[in-house]
Write a protein that binds this ligand. Sequence first.
Ligand code: BEZ
Length: 249
Amino acid sequence: MNQIWNSERYAENARFVSDLGMPVVEWLDPKAGERILDLGCGDGALTLKLQELGCEVVGVDASADFVDAARSLGLEAHLIDAHQLNFIGEFDAVFSNAALHWMKQPDRVIQGVWQALKPGGRFVAEFGGDRNVVTIVTALHAALQQRGIDPDQINPWYFPMVKDYQFRLEAQGFIVNRIALIPRPTPLPTGIRGWLATFADPFTQAISPSEREGFLNEVIARLQPDLCDDSGQWFADYVRLRFAASKLF
Ligand code: BEZ
């Protein structure tokens, strides 16, 4: 079961993902004229920002809808799964925001990034780290288990610990200059229903269509005490893993 990306739904429910991406852009420290690969570029909002800073940016994403959305902003974007990168030594930096946690074979991704970079190139990214959205994951898993479905076969996300991802980067040959796990509780502009509608397809698709509404209502009821405040504002318990690494040779 796959996540189905819809750029309009994403813009409505998840614009905060790119809006909150500036700290990782600061870690990237992009310079005008640099050639940068945006890995999992989504609808291109941050890719555009890099281009506006004077970089020559190429976006790649595994969703055709996102690639179309990025191209409609005038960006160069290609439909490529990040597990199958085939660029050789052409980028000064590889950048990624909120995408690596969808890539469940991290060593293949890291190897492709390494190959894509010039000597001296940087790999700078932010994604979900250990215990990211753990309250949401726990509720989704419990509601699936109650229906006799094994959630581990369904869960599409990879949220590693710092030492796990650092080990993988260093095993490839990267020097890790900075790496941190950053809790970031995040207000949800369209509530938890909008978040689940945007990001939780693999879980909801495991449920027959006639039972999906009941499934979602149960998940939301489980989450309300922890993620919704007295005024009705929902939050997601995001934890970001942010790093900056270099390929020295
Ligand atoms: C995240 O950005 O951390 C995230 C987004 C959607 C699903 C899971 C995690």
